[in-house]
Design a protein around this ligand. Sequence first.
Ligand code: SAH
Ligand code: MG
Length: 209
Amino acid sequence: MNKFDYAILLATRKEAERYAIEKRVPIVSQEGAALLSQIVSIRRPQRILEIGTAIGYSAMVIAASMPVGASIVTIEQDPDRFSVAENFLTKAGLLSQVQMCCGDARQIIPDVSGPFDLVFFDAAKGQYPDYLAAVRDKLSSEAVIIADNILFRGLVEEQGSIPRRYRTIVKRLREYLNLVNDQRCFHTDIHRGGDGIAVSYYQGRANHV
Ligand code: SAH
Ligand code: MG
């Protein structure tokens, strides 16, 4: 990306951030964004899958750090957010690098072609185990999965009782953490910034049991 294109991408990302604050659209925390861009810079993924585009903010964070020739597939089920994201990503000059899909990720993932080197989960927290099951066969041997909001306001590590309306989400997030803490398949680091971010390094297909 040349300097001029990069400046447009950063300016559009800033605009999306302001839009998100004004319209109360959730976007990844500052800590999450910093971690995402750091991991993308270090691991240089070529194929990236994002679940939960919202208005395209995190896709722009990823795109700003990804290597030349890399591409992102991003999935969003809300048609209004999808079209806002389409506008921002077009403005950011990313249309040729980002493939946007509108619909439920659980239905769409089986049809997208991997393998993916980096996967970002940032959609419905109660569905993370489903997303993991769906992407499992589409991971490259060097893949890393980043899952946002994994500590969910501290409730995931809460020893006491969980408010009824959050019980299912907390149960599913704990289930997800158990799956990615299986040392044979993943090595997982939990980052406590923001709402908690799990970074899981895939140990390769050969280790599957
Ligand atoms: N990654 C974005 C924020 C995503 S917010 C950013 O940081 O900029 C979570 C989004 O996931 C919401 O827009 C919601 O509509 C979407 N979502 C929830 N469940 C989904 C599903 N099953 N498939 C696709 N998108 C989903
Ligand atoms: Mg999030």
